[in-house]
Design a protein around this ligand. Structure first.
Ligand code: CO
Length: 351
């Protein structure tokens, strides 16, 4: 399964190469020409090519809208900042909640050197320590090295570290893995590209979303779309301890539509178009009930003279941790919803 390969690939922000290679391979298999820009974003034109059009330039071909679909390739992770004399690695984090770090397995660097995030054992902690969340500065990555010299044979400062977590089907309807934010978006997008469309559709796989939506800023300038749809994995908090009104999304409740988050307000027309498409095809959907966070839409809608933008997201429990859970049905329905929306563009929907 493609989602397995994407989920198990290492791709912390700024180090998306392994994910990019899988995506370029898939685009090649689909016969879609792809470009990689200076920052590492991947852009592939679909639609136009199938219609035999040449490149349309800004504004699309003969009044047809130019549609950008975007998913980010990067994931949260760590970067090695210092190697201690005893061979333990100090690290900085990229988009991670320090509380999920202790005792997790990681891989470090291109060679995927195995390690564990270590901390002081409970027996040696002060009663006060136990009341506080563990801070990153009290943690280190242990790769089994005996000294700095020994560690330096296998890793170096600046190496990225990423969670080691295998993909699995659990129960009847759930998938478990790391980096579903946003490899689910990448997988949905690649699947959408299997279908033919008659307008210029530009698939964009962005870099550095988790550190401030950076790849999307330049990609959207290059693509110059008439509208953009961001495909994401988003917060799901339907578990005990979260009051119902605080539950951003529910697992199995369908793909989530964002009305507003910390970085953008969705195009009202596109939201209406997405809801109509869902209702026409009987596809379940939900609204994301949290205005926190932000995704690539935050940069794309501000590109050039402004771009109508909306997001479709797959709910991910335990997001930004080594083990997220999604519903197979939400994943399928996200694909169906994007596909139905693109069909409505084919039939004349304009933002
Ligand atoms: Co994301």
């Amino acid at each position: 399964m493609l989602l397995r390969r994407l989920s198990e690939a290492a791709g912390v922000s700024g180090d998306e190469g392994e994910v990019r290679r899988i995506i370029l391979e898939e685009l090649d298999r689909l016969g879609l020409p792809a470009e990689v820009d200076v920052l590492g974003n991947v852009m592939a034109r679909a639609g136009e090519r199938r219609e035999g059009h040449t490149s349309g330039g800004a504004g699309g071909v003969a009044g047809r809208p130019r549609v950008m679909l975007a998913a980010h390739m990067d994931e949260v992770g760590m970067i090695v900042t210092y190697i201690e004399k005893d061979g333990l690695l100090r690290f900085g984090t990229v988009g991670i909640d320090d509380r999920v770090l202790p005792a997790k397995e990681v891989t470090v660097g291109r060679d995927r050197v195995r390690g564990v995030i270590g901390l002081k054992p409970i027996h040696l902690q002060d009663p006060d320590d136990r009341k506080k969340a563990v801070k990153r500065n009290d943690l280190f990555i242990d790769i089994g090295a005996r000294s700095r010299e020994d560690a330096e044979k296998r890793v170096k400062v600046g190496d990225y570290a990423c969670f080691k977590s295998s993909f699995a089907k659990i129960g009847e309807k759930a998938l478990k893995g790391k980096a579903f934010d946003d490899r689910v978006g990448c997988a949905v997008l690649l699947r959408v590209l299997e279908d033919a469309h008659e307008f210029p559709l530009i698939a964009t796989f962005t870099v550095q979303e988790e550190v401030g939506l950076r790849g999307a800023a330049v990609a959207s300038w290059t693509v110059d779309p008439d509208m953009a749809l961001v495909l994401e994995g988003t917060i799901c908090s339907d578990t005990p301890g979260t009051e119902e009104h605080m539950q951003a999304t529910r697992l199995g409740g369908g793909p989530a539509l964002s009305i507003m988050d910390g970085r953008s307000i969705s195009s009202k027309t596109m939201l209406r178009g997405l809801i109509d498409a869902a209702e026409r095809r009987g596809i379940p959907y939900q609204f994301k009930r949290s205005t926190m966070g932000g995704n690539d839409a935050g940069r794309i809608h501000l590109s050039r003279a402004g771009v109508p933008t909306a997001s479709v997201s797959v709910p991910c429990r335990y997001i930004h941790s080594p083990a997220s859970i999604i519903s197979v049905d939400d994943f399928e329905n996200a694909y169906r919803l994007v596909s139905a929306f693109l069909d409505s563009v084919e039939e004349g929907f304009r933002p």
